[in-house]
Design a protein around this ligand. Structure first.
Ligand code: OKP
Ligand code: ZN
Length: 351
């Protein structure tokens, strides 16, 4: 299978994230992508670099001012002399009720204000290499989308940082630009078809859901830890089914702690069938391995062999598959689980 990868992700590296007000060692580390890359090379997959696609496809999905912010944040932060801190993390965010009955908010002038205007949590630091890595991840996703557009049955984008928590005009959850949403929109326009977007990262892809909530061009189905106990807390409930032109085109399956292979595969079959009913083009997969039993920040109980079966079942849909890497934080298993998933998909598409 063709695997698209850029080394520029390595410059996006920070020591700490702030969780529940406390700095803890970062989970979203460069080693994640390196483990996956190495395992896929050993498994015989074919690695290639990304092609630059420019800002156009990003601005078709994200707020231009947010993109501008991401581009300028680090320079502005260091110029303001706040450089003794090694990363940009917000401390003040304008919740909707702050401006209740008033107009606003508007983007502040001060660097500390600006980060809180755009970033919705404290776990998504910006460092010097963040923007370049986020842009490269988008190019990785779009290059893989280009392979699908030119007739490849399946392609894998080894994106880092991940993307599915980034909404049109706010970012967070280790995500800055929504790689999967940008590639899906680009592919929908390119192919003139209705796409399926299957989000099988452990977490609800609030950003992807938000971007397509009122659009018919992409149907979104997600299987994730129930937001009643898990990040991102504010979306992912089963009652969220789309609105406007996107009415009925959003399927959330929130799952219990301890969800095992059997329960997961049942939810997967339901998502696949639901997507096949509502789309006629490629399926984009937001692929996370934080569903693994040993993942340090999640609570499902999946085992390594089930990833091969997941790859088989998704590929058995017969649709072209654009695979976009999202999360997964248990370093020792990441490469193996990714190779199993891709191997399962390749078994079926090679037939
Ligand atoms: C990104 B992806 C809360 C921990 C949650 C953020 C998780 C972001 C996951 N104490 N941290 O969907 O894998
Ligand atoms: Zn996740």
């Amino acid at each position: 299978m063709k695997v698209v990868f850029s080394e520029r992700h390595r410059a996006h590296a920070y020591a700490h994230e702030v969780a529940a007000g406390v700095p803890i060692p970062a989970w979203e580390v460069p080693e994640r992508a390196e483990h996956i890359r190495n395992a896929l090379l050993s498994a015989g997959h074919e690695l290639m670099g990304p092609v630059e696609h420019g800002r156009g496809p990003i601005e078709a999905v994200h707020d231009r001012d947010m993109l501008r912010y991401l581009e300028t944040a680090w320079k502005e932060w260091t110029r303001a002399g706040i450089a003794e801190r090694d990363a940009i993390i917000p401390d003040t965010m304008p919740l909707p009720a702050y401006h209740e009955g008033m107009s606003g908010p508007t983007e502040p002038q001060s660097p500390c204000g600006r980060i809180g205007y755009w970033c919705f949590d404290t776990m998504t630091p910006i460092v010097e290499g963040t923007y370049g890595a986020a842009r490269a991840a988008v190019d990785v996703a779009l290059t893989a989308a280009g392979l699908i557009a030119s007739g490849e049955p399946v392609a894998y984008a080894l994106c880092r940082p991940p993307g599915h928590h980034a909404a049109r005009a706010t970012f967070g959850g280790y995500c800055y630009l929504n790689n999967a949403a940008i590639a899906a929109h680009w592919l929908a326009v390119r192919t003139g078809s209705r796409l399926g977007l299957l989000d099988i990262d452990y977490h609800h892809g609030n950003g992807t859901q938000q971007i397509f909530y009122r659009r018919a061009e992409v149907a979104y189905a997600s299987i994730h830890g129930d937001p009643r106990r898990m990040y991102p807390y504010f979306s992912g409930h089963a009652a969220e089914t789309g609105a406007g032109d996107g009415t009925g085109a959003n399927l959330n399956q929130p799952m219990a702690a301890g969800t095992d292979d059997r329960a997961y595969l049942a939810a997967l079959d339901r998502s696949i069938n639901w997507l096949l009913d509502r789309s006629d083009g490629p399926v984009v997969v937001s692929l996370g391995f934080d569903t693994f039993g040993e993942d340090p920040i999640c609570d499902f109980a999946l085992t390594t062999p089930v990833y091969r079966e997941c790859g088989r079942r998704v590929a058995a849909s017969g649709r072209p598959l654009l695979l976009i890497q999202e999360g997964g934080y248990h370093l020792p298993s990441l490469g193996t689980n990714a190779a199993e998933w891709l191997g399962g998909a390749a078994d079926v598409t090679a037939r």
